[in-house]
Design a protein around this ligand. Structure first.
Ligand code: HEC
Ligand code: HEC
Ligand code: HEC
Ligand code: HEC
Ligand code: HEC
Length: 255
């Protein structure tokens, strides 16, 4: 087929196409509102799933830790959805005849993974890393909400750039002791209601509180603040969280 436009036009066409977002953005408030709408961001959306898996039952009622299933959150940039084998650890015995679990048994028998629909999805040009957030004391609940109360998983946050930046400006508002990363009910004041006064635990620190010279972190056993303001600032020091200029630098997330 002959070319409809001469090749020389292509750069101009490119400019027009490339400037479309700018033109669109400058048409103002209406579009800005659309961009932030739940329709565009997916907030509150609950994708259908091949199995009616419930975090409310498994986390809220049975008390299974996130890391039993999402084994890579602490060690890898991306989190994983568990393989069927993990489900069968229990469901070979529990509810083994239930219709609800038929797709799980079929997946196990045929050695084909269950095709879960993604709930959280960033555009590929934004870089995200789970393990660093977890290592620096940002809890799952800060980004994914109260999964212990969700049956089907619902998208909790917008994942918009402004959402990321808001926390990168003031991370101290969201930092918690590492030992509480997966807790859905933690609050700085109530942690260890049975334990008074509240003290630092070995698991709150990297390497179980062992400092590079082999000595124990002197905070262990000491009383720890119970307000987010004090605790957040202390943890920011302790976990060596970088300053907000560095954390909001474009190249942090666009590499
Ligand atoms: C018994 C296993 C199990 C446990 C425990 C568990 N999950 Fe999940 N999780 C799953 C499965 C299976 C899916 C995929 C189905 C879905 O999206 O609901 C999933 C999906 C998710 C998703 C959505 C992933 C996506 O598609 O974007 C998030 C976020 C998540 N889990 C976080 C957590 C957190 C936080 C905890 C602990 C509070 C937790 N999970 C505990 C099995 C588990
Ligand atoms: C540590 C044990 C354990 C693991 C691991 C586990 N389950 Fe369960 N599951 C249970 C128990 C116990 C129940 C019954 C819960 C109830 O009746 O409240 C259950 C119930 C269910 C049900 C019935 C509906 C409901 O939520 O009550 C489904 C579906 C299910 N599990 C799917 C899964 C899938 C899929 C996985 C793997 C991602 C998984 N389970 C992993 C223990 C487990
Ligand atoms: C700082 C915010 C933040 C924290 C904290 C966080 N997540 Fe996520 N999570 C995300 C984002 C953003 C995505 C989407 C990543 C992408 O699309 O590349 C995601 C995706 C996921 C997925 C889906 C991965 C996949 O490949 O399908 C799971 C599962 C998950 N998170 C579990 C967890 C668990 C468990 C914790 C706590 C140990 C946790 N997350 C803590 C922001 C967070
Ligand atoms: C609730 C708070 C919070 C939210 C929300 C959040 N972050 Fe972070 N992020 C942090 C903290 C704390 C660190 C650790 C900073 C440090 O180590 O100095 C961090 C670090 C990072 C890093 C540095 C990784 C590295 O290897 O150096 C990247 C990249 C990043 N975040 C991307 C994102 C993106 C993209 C989003 C939104 C999708 C996001 N973050 C949302 C708190 C947050
Ligand atoms: C903490 C992480 C983070 C930082 C820092 C960051 N971005 Fe982003 N950016 C994102 C995420 C996540 C998206 C995708 C979600 C969205 O469209 O808002 C995005 C999207 C974008 C987009 C395309 C979507 C849009 O907003 O129209 C542009 C352009 C962009 N960023 C430019 C920048 C520039 C310029 C900077 C530095 C001033 C910057 N970003 C800093 C996380 C970040």
């Amino acid at each position: 087929m002959p070319q409809i436009f001469p090749k020389a036009l292509n750069p101009i066409a490119r400019v027009i196409v490339l400037s479309l977002p700018i033109i669109a953005a400058s048409t103002g408030v209406g579009l800005a509102a659309f961009y932030r709408s739940s329709y565009a961001t997916g907030v509150g959306e609950t994708p259908p799933q091949p199995v009616a898996f419930s975090h409310a039952h498994h986390v809220g009622q049975l008390g299974i830790d996130c890391r039993y299933c999402h084994t890579s959150v602490e060690i890898s940039g991306s989190a994983n959805v568990p393989p069927t084998k993990t489900c069968m650890n229990c469901h070979q015995q529990i509810w083994q005849g239930a219709d609800l679990l038929e797709p799980v048994r079929a997946s196990y028998k045929n050695n084909t993974p269950i095709e879960w629909n993604r709930v959280y999805n960033l555009p590929h040009y934004a870089y995200f890393n789970h393990s660093i957030h977890v290592a620096k004391g940002v809890g799952c609940v800060s980004c994914h909400g109260q999964l212990d109360q969700q049956n089907l998983t619902t998208q909790h946050s917008t994942l918009l750039m402004e959402w990321c930046i808001k926390c990168h400006r003031e991370p101290e508002k969201n930092l918690r002791p590492r030992s509480e990363i997966t807790s859905m009910t933690y609050s700085p004041a109530t942690l260890g209601a049975d334990q008074k006064p509240l003290t630092w635990k070995k698991s709150d620190f990297a390497n179980f509180g062992k400092l590079p010279d082999g000595k124990e972190n002197p905070l262990i056993g000491q009383p720890r603040p119970t307000t987010q303001k004090e605790l957040g600032l202390l943890l920011k020091e302790e976990y060596k969280v970088r300053d907000n200029v560095t954390l909001t630098n474009c190249s942090m997330c666009h590499r």
